[in-house]
Design a protein around this ligand. Structure first.
Ligand code: PRP
Ligand code: MN
Ligand code: MG
Length: 174
């Protein structure tokens, strides 16, 4: 069905590295983690537990993909933040940056709410697929431009529960 691209162990090691960098950078501030549903759920929960400094969690849902394998570029807010983020140090938590359209839209949207800072941590980035350049401070893995699933990432809502990241065989979505 699918081949492993990044194992559960490699994901864990990478999250520990990212968490150490974030701990150091936020030594005197408490980040407000903003997870982007639904793809970021696994990454968000593991990252939050890997941080040694306290953080708070919020979630937003804004979908651009639907059940297609390519980005439509249309971003919809499905669930907004539950509270005011004025003066907060927002750290957007994303599973993957593909075209960059979701993140570029989200950055503008959150910056308009007058936080003290907004940074991004993304587990995966596809450099070949970037249509919009977005500043991302923390990136876990640069991956090839292939359709990947697992560890939160779906194809038509399936495979999010895999503990690893796998390549989806083109025959599955062809
Ligand atoms: C996926 C992924 C990112 C976004 C990346 O979310 O989780 O949020 O697309 O694509 P982009 O860089 O081309 O904008 P999706 O819209 O599929 O929703 P989901 O997280 O609920 O699966
Ligand atoms: Mn998503
Ligand atoms: Mg999706």
């Amino acid at each position: 069905m699918e081949a492993t691209l990044i194992s559960a162990d490699d994901i864990k090691t990478k999250i520990d590295e990212l968490a150490a960098r974030i701990d150091a950078d936020y030594a005197d501030r408490e980040p407000l983690l903003v997870g982007v549903l639904k793809g970021a759920v696994m990454f968000m929960s593991d990252l939050a537990r890997a941080l040694s400094r306290p953080s708070e969690m919020e979630f937003m849902a804004c979908s651009s993909y639907g059940s297609s394998t390519t980005s439509s570029g249309v971003v919809r807010i499905l669930k907004d933040l539950d509270r005011d983020v004025t003066g907060r140090d927002i750290l957007i938590v994303e599973d993957i940056i593909d075209s960059g359209l979701t993140l570029s839209w989200l950055l503008k949207n959150l910056q308009a709410r007058n936080p003290r800072s907004v940074e991004v941590v993304a587990l995966l980035r596809k450099p070949d697929a970037v249509k919009v350049q977005v500043p991302v401070k923390y990136v876990g893995f640069e991956i090839p431009n292939e359709f990947v699933v697992g560890y939160g990432l779906d194809y038509a809502e399936r495979y999010r529960d895999l503990p690893y990241i796998g390549r989806l065989k083109p025959s599955v979505y062809a």
